[in-house]
Write a protein that binds this ligand. Structure first.
Ligand SMILES: O=C(O)CCC(=O)C(=O)O
Length: 275
């Protein structure tokens, strides 16, 4: 159970560091499975990846896909260490019978192997070029999901501007985003994580990633939201179309079935509405 001061920190600053973000005994098995999948992806044997150009990658996607064959990732997601934090941050129930949470992205961020790589400042779900009044209106609507990075190795790749999730970009921030998106930002913070720690954050904080080829990174990168908020994030259903395959549910631990069922229900609704 998160404390009221942790909840306040998340609300006001848009992020929260969780010290024990990996269940006891799971760090080593997660590292083993993550290493195997990263190698497979670098060899071109797993197609869902973030492309760093030049045959290199900076991420691996869809860790719960049945063809990945690594059930430890679903065991991690199903643990109270994850589900209770997400439910607390979104102020909803994690109880199987009543939870409005839906299963969403379970990905991994990795270091490129051949060259350093970086991505510029952005918000994940809001168009960068909206005028400030529309930007803030969108930000206020999009409070029903949480994203997180849980480090399997020490890392410091994510940079954020704390408390930028509830206000429009300043003139200076707009200039950086549009004209030199890999420059530093006023008040930026580098999120330093030790292995086993996680940062839970609002995906609409201004953020960016900086990756060094020689610093091992295998960091679980996931998001989860409520069924109510999911309507505002319809692009999820396109990215996760494979999740509606009939063989997926049986590969998941029972604890995730209600969250999986919520996802499928919302995916069908989203498809009907866009037809
Ligand atoms: O590397 C990171 O932690 C940031 C990744 C990121 O910005 C994104 O996936 O949108």
């Amino acid at each position: 159970m998160l404390t009221s001061s942790q909840l306040r920190h998340y609300r006001d600053h848009g992020y929260l560091i969780i010290e024990r973000a990996v269940p006891d005994g799971l760090l080593e098995p997660l590292r083993t499975a993550a290493g195997r999948l990263t190698d497979r992806t670098r060899r071109g044997e797993w197609p869902y990846k973030r492309d760093a150009g030049d045959g290199d990658i900076w991420g691996v996607s869809h860790l719960l896909h049945p063809d990945v064959g690594e059930p430890i990732f679903a065991e991690y997601i199903a643990s109270p260490v994850v589900l209770d934090v997400v439910a607390d941050l979104l102020r909803v129930s994690a109880e199987a019978q009543t939870t409005p949470l839906q299963l969403e992205l379970v990905n991994m961020l990795v270091n490129p192997a051949k060259h350093d790589y970086e991505i510029g400042w952005h918000r994940d779900l809001v168009r960068a070029d909206l005028p400030p009044d529309e930007e803030v209106a969108e930000l206020r609507k999009l409070q029903l999901g949480v994203q997180w990075n849980t480090a399997l190795y020490d890392e410091a790749c994510l940079h954020i501007v704390p408390a930028s999730h509830l206000r429009p970009k300043t003139e200076t921030e707009r200039d950086v985003v549009f004209n030199h998106p890999t420059d530093s930002m006023p008040d930026q913070l580098t999120v330093e994580l030790k292995a086993g720690q996680g940062v839970y954050y609002n995906a609409n904080l201004l953020h960016r990633g900086v990756y060094r080829k020689d610093q091992r990174r295998e960091t679980l990168h996931c998001c989860m939201g409520t069924v109510e908020g999911a309507k505002l994030r319809a692009s999820l259903y396109g990215w996760l179309a494979w999740m509606t395959r009939p063989d997926v549910r049986q590969t998941l631990p029972e604890r995730l079935h209600p969250l999986y069922d919520n996802f499928v229900k919302m995916a069908r609704l989203s498809k009907e509405q866009s037809a």
